[in-house]
Design a protein around this ligand. Structure first.
Ligand code: GLC
Length: 765
């Protein structure tokens, strides 16, 4: 080679500029346009616009005019909102009703403030920049008081200050530990809480992104491997406001069917029809309520999706029907990999129609997954999503109403764990590489599955469980946190992980109860089931070759406790369902970190071994083996021990005893809590009142739990008001919406705490 021109190859010279960041530089020219204010800078072109009054969108393209594309994540159209543009000697001010963006011109630096003067984002010495490799980055000042939440599904603790996190959907079987932060979901969104007030940033970029809150003490950055620097500054001012506003942008959770909120049992795998029958029989015999059983990959013929192995499952329709009659749904797993088999209709159809991911040159991409060599549907194309949606008919014809989407990072059994980054995605005629669209593959599979099921289920609500996702995944699916292990550390980590998922717009999440890989034991399963009872998604799942972990697997004492807690979940369903409905409207999660309700209380900033259900129910699980007491932090106010009715003054840490059958649970005074007295069906309901001197209110929500009729007004709402005055408790109830009549026939009222007199709707009891 040396005697050819290769000897003078340009690569022989070290290009030192490649790694250099080019600051956006000075503004050369700026102008107001219909969609916002445009700035042409030395090293990039920026558009600053009001997306709505609560959100400023900033888009920077280092090499040309920003495309301002509507992404897969964003579900909301830009609103036409009035804004004013003013110029001073060295800056441009863009002012809306709530927020102002001040852009300093030499160099371009952004400051976002609220009308009252509160600073949301500030760029100091460093602002936006890019590398010649296509990487874009942006720096913001980090104040002493800043704490960070969200970022989707991440390991480690609740407050992400001091962490550096990568967003790249990854199938991680090796244990989830603090070093591994790129897991199955990528949600490039975070909430900053500073001095009790909050704002959010959504970085809408599907490339691999990195959030660095570690490197520098007074500055953080977010960057992407390519594309535009496109982000939304979200106003707040409360943490709940931020999540609400963010889910206006990326969509709210679809209200799940009620059965999705019950107890679910899974295993890799219940391999035969007989095994499933026996499992159901045991649940029934032991009177442990159950809403769903999962069929993992063994149900299929050679792991071909949309098939049943007829030796193992001779009559799936009958099985599914019988289970449904017993109130149990069957949820089969469906992975994206379609086996390369020219005699398999799904593969044939996909090949003939060009539905699989291909290289630019037209060759289909094949990767190894469970079925061996497989092709992968290109969900970035609308026709493919519809095609995949239609294939769900295979399951809905058998009576299935819920699908479990797994391996949709997409996972591939190779060194990189995923598809070749050079593969093209059609992207509805605007092809982009897998490098750019990897992170949305799972989201779009979820969309295809959800929309397909919705069309096929004749008005019933679909249930979709997904492992991978991106911002907006809540519109289609419930998220479980993948392959955790039967480690106490993973029980502990499931709390901050799901709390941050909730802060990232995903209210319906949970971890495999009991742990997936490794072997569970009695203590772990008991304590994990206690925690699972109060997680939004409550499924016990375990791996091949691990010790079985069904509720009765570890002896009678453990079984009795586990049963008690699964039943407790059903007692709490009326309240959970009310909170789920609220989350589907407001986006505010069901399971909340304490910092969401007490953002000024420094004790809550990184508190994640206890959490809230709604506003005022505090759950403090036991998270270590053979432990029968723990410290609980009760924020200011008065609390009541759920089990003993003992009143405790908050604003302090207390030591709580928790025998094996006890999960520490506290209700704040001023709470109204409905509880089912019976489960499946709920015949009686009792309203528990924990009164305070102030008026407390609650609106109990119910509907048929399975159709979309509620959207046309077929729902029920009971408004309850209670207060205490001179040792008497006054309660008023009013049916404010009665278009749907709940199952329960009786409603009783139960007042907690010392009272002399109870007056309900004007009548003394
Ligand atoms: C993946 C999933 C796990 C499932 C297994 C077999 O590891 O995360 O839940 O049981 O695949 O399908």
């Amino acid at each position: 080679m040396e005697d050819t021109s290769f000897a003078i190859h340009p690569d022989r010279e070290k290009d030192t500029d490649e790694g250099k960041f080019y600051d956006i530089g000075n503004v050369r020219k700026w102008q107001e346009e219909a969609d916002g204010v445009h700035f042409i800078c030395q090293n990039g072109y920026v558009v600053v616009q009001f997306y709505c009054q609560e959100m400023i969108r900033v888009t920077m393209n280092p090499t040309g005019v920003p495309m301002m594309e509507q992404s897969f994540a964003v579900a909301m159209k830009k609103e036409q909102v009035p804004f004013e543009v003013r110029e001073s000697a060295d800056a441009v001010y863009i002012t809306g009703e709530k927020l102002t963006a001040k852009i300093t011109l030499t160099p371009f630096r952004l400051l976002v403030t609220e009308a009252n003067g509160r600073t949301l984002l500030n760029e100091g010495e460093r602002g936006m920049a890019s590398r010649r490799t296509g990487e874009v980055i942006c720096f913001k000042d980090m104040e002493e008081a800043d704490h960070f939440y969200g970022f989707g599904e991440k390991t480690s603790f609740l407050d992400k200050r001091g962490e550096k996190m990568t967003m790249w959907n990854s199938d991680v079987f090796a244990p989830h530990n603090p070093e591994v932060d790129a897991l199955y979901q990528s949600i490039p969104f975070f909430v900053t809480i500073r001095n009790g007030q909050a704002h959010g940033v959504f970085f809408d970029n599907t490339f691999q992104t990195v959030f660095d809150l570690k490197q520098e003490a007074h500055r953080y950055s977010f960057s992407a491997a390519g594309g535009e620097l496109d982000y939304y500054v979200i106003a707040g001012p409360s943490p709940k406001d931020v999540v609400s506003q963010y889910t206006r942008l990326t969509g709210k959770m679809a209200l799940p069917p009620k059965w999705a909120l019950g107890y679910h049992q899974s295993r890799y795998s219940y391999k035969t029809e007989a095994e499933v029958h026996e499992l159901v029989h045991t649940f029934q015999e032991k009177e442990i309520p159950l809403d769903a059983i999962y069929l993992d990959i063994h149900y299929m013929e050679g792991y071909r999706v949309f098939t049943f192995n007829r030796d193992r499952f001779p009559n799936p329709a009958k099985l599914i029907d019988e289970l449904k009659a017993a109130g149990i749904h069957v949820v089969p797993i469906v992975d994206p990999g379609v086996k390369r088999d020219p005699e398999y209709p799904v593969y044939l159809e996909g090949i003939q129609a060009g539905h699989f991911c291909q290289y630019a040159e037209g060759d289909v991409y094949f990767g190894d997954v469970w079925p061996g060599e497989s092709a992968f549907p290109d969900f970035t194309n609308q026709d493919v999503r519809e095609w995949w949606g239609e294939w769900q008919k295979f399951y809905t014809d058998l009576g299935v109403e819920g699908i479990w989407n797994d391996m949709n990072e997409p996972a591939v059994f190779n060194e990189t764990k995923t598809m070749d980054l050079a593969v093209w995605h059609d992207n509805d005629g605007y092809p982009k590489t897998h490098r750019e669209l990897h992170n949305v593959y799972g989201l779009l599979m979820g969309e295809a599955t959800y929309s397909g099921l919705k069309k096929l289920l004749n008005g019933k609500r679909p249930f979709v469980l997904t492992r991978a996702g991106f911002a907006g995944v809540q519109r289609y699916a419930t998220v479980w946190t993948g392959d955790n292990r039967s480690f106490w550390e993973h029980l502990q980590m499931s709390m901050p992980m799901c709390l941050n998922l909730g802060m990232s717009g995903v209210p319906f999440s949970g971890a495999d109860v009991g742990g997936f890989a490794h072997d569970a034991n009695a203590d772990l399963l008991v304590r994990w089931t206690q925690l699972g009872t109060f997680m939004p998604y409550f499924r016990n799942h375990s791996n091949l070759d691990t010790v079985h972990q069904e509720p009765w697997s570890f002896g009678e004492e453990a079984e009795a406790i586990i049963k008690k807690y699964i039943q407790l979940r059903y007692r709490w369903l009326p309240h959970f369902y009310t909170l789920f409905h609220e989350a589907s409207v407001t986006g505010v999660p069901v399971m909340r970190p304490l910092v969401m309700e007490y953002p000024e209380d420094a004790n809550t900033f990184n508190l994640a071994d206890q959490f809230l259900i709604g506003e005022n129910i505090l759950v403090a699980p036991i998270t270590t083996p053979t432990t029968y007491h723990r410290v609980v932090y009760l924020p200011e106010g008065e609390w009541i021990d759920y089990w003993t009715d003992q009143q405790i003054i908050g604003g302090r840490h207390i030591l709580v005893a928790a025998k094996w059958d006890q999960l520490p649970l506290f209700i704040k005074v001023g709470t109204i809590l409905p509880q089912a007295e019976t489960f499946k069906p709920v015949d009686n309901i009792s309203i528990h009142v924990y009164p305070s001197d102030k008026v407390c209110e609650y609106t109990l929500y119910d509907d048929d739990g399975e159709t979309f009729a509620y959207q046309a007004g077929d729902y029920f709402q009971l408004h309850i008001k209670a207060w205490k005055q001179d040792e008497a408790v006054y309660i008023e109830t009013e049916e404010i919406h009665g278009a749907f009549q709940p199952d329960w026939k009786e409603v009783s009222i139960n007042v907690h705490g010392p009272v002399n007199k109870i007056v309900i709707n004007g009548k003394e009891q």
